[in-house]
Write a protein that binds this ligand. Structure first.
Ligand code: ATP
Length: 364
């Protein structure tokens, strides 16, 4: 694997037919940066510009190396990147291994030969048992895993993924997500990930670029943008917050893991996480309710105090409440009915107790 971080600086401005693109972003050299926005806002166009498949005026540097500017335009095959599309475009006449070998032979200039090892890729994506199979005999999810493996074996310094789950049915999507999470933990190259599915982004991304009508509306760490009252994300049905906590123990008899957050302990279903590991958790706004006092006599295990920093009415006579948690770093969202909100009579600056259903916490 490459040791050097590969930050990405990209800006493109221009027109395609009636569509005007004017986007600039910086992405860190590791982790997943999601480009999120509605259909037709320009996410794919931007990714194609990064790949050199669409040529618009702009500037692109990857790890300090200029791939495009006013004078330079590196052709796609000279950019060490992997590109995974919505539909895996595998060679139907080759086996899975044949497809992967093709990827291995296509190490782009600038890619480091065997920096990403064949055996690692096969293991991350769980495809060892498929190697001799014809690609025509794979499920949609398996095809995508092979396509990702093939892209990685080209030893990219940057991985581009354009809605890799969009063509899959719901079950296949659920099956493939753990592999993408594993990849996220294992890969040291940056990933630009296009999606219009907020739940997917919440689960996989570290950084978020919110795209609207060919422009960047906001960009930053995922947790910050998800819980920003000025942005539309917190109003969406899937709105969620992400928290960082440390694994401090296990309660195997209940199938629970204990995590420590600056705001308090949380018990989460699961069992594999080692003590000491910092774990990201996703908490859906819809799974958080509020009370003025710490709860007694309730089946809810997890309660954190928070300070109300804002609220916003949401569709369906609901209110999304923004809470700053003690410790300063994290913010929680609660979705309560308008009636409860009015009954609580909360004002900004007041402390409330957020009750989180244990089942709502998941690996984000
Ligand atoms: N070559 C082209 N010529 C003219 N218009 C184009 C061209 N390529 C893309 N567009 C237009 O640019 C706009 C942005 O398209 P793009 O595919 O980048 O959006 P997107 O955000 O990726 O959408 P989706 O999520 O549906 O894939 C669309 O209106 C599209 O029709």
């Amino acid at each position: 694997m490459t040791a050097d971080p590969t930050p990405i600086e990209a800006s493109f401005t221009g027109r395609l037919g009636n569509f005007a693109l004017d986007m600039a972003l910086s992405a860190p050299g590791h982790g997943v940066t999601a480009l999120f926005g509605p259909s037709g806002c320009g996410k794919t166009t931007f990714l194609r510009c990064v790949a050199g498949l669409t040529r618009l005026p702009g500037r692109l540097s990857v790890g300090g190396e200029v791939w495009q500017d006013g004078r330079t335009f590196r052709a796609t095959h000279r950019r060490p990147l992997g590109y995974v599309f919505q539909e895996a475009s595998l060679f139907a006449h080759l086996s899975v291994r044949g497809n992967l070998d093709y990827g291995r032979r296509r190490v782009a200039r600038g890619g480091v030969r065997e920096a990403i090892a064949f055996d690692d890729v096969v293991e991350w994506l769980g495809i060892a048992h498929l190697l001799e199979r014809a690609v025509t005999h794979l499920s949609g999810g398996e095809r995508q895993r092979v396509a990702i493996a093939r892209a990685l074996l080209g030893q990219p310094r940057l991985l581009l993924m354009d809605e890799p789950l969009a063509a899959l049915d719901r079950d296949s999507r659920q099956d493939i997500l753990p592999y993408l999470e594993r990849l996220h933990d294992a890969l040291s190259i940056p990933v630009l990930y296009v999606s219009h599915d907020l739940a997917e982004v919440e689960r996989l991304a570290d950084h978020l670029v919110l795209v609207e009508a060919g422009r960047v509306r906001a960009a930053g760490p995922l947790g910050q943008l998800l819980a920003d009252p000025a942005l539309p994300l917190a109003g969406l049905p899937d709105a969620a917050a992400v928290l960082e906590a440390e694994v401090v123990g296990h309660e195997p008899e209940y199938g629970l893991v204990r995590l420590r957050h600056a705001a308090g302990d949380l018990l989460v279903p699961g069992g594999r996480w080692p003590v000491g590991r910092r774990q990201r958790l996703k908490v859906l706004a819809a799974d958080v309710s509020l009370g003025r006092r710490p709860p007694v006599d309730t089946s809810i295990l997890n309660t954190l105090p928070g300070r109300v920093v804002g609220h916003r009415e949401s569709p369906g006579h609901q209110v999304t409440v923004f809470l700053d948690l003690p410790g300063g770093a994290d913010r929680l969202l609660a979705r309560v009915s308008l009636k409860s909100w009015q009954a609580l009579g909360l004002a900004e600056g007041e402390t409330v107790y957020a009750r989180i259903k244990a089942a709502a916490l998941d690996r984000a």
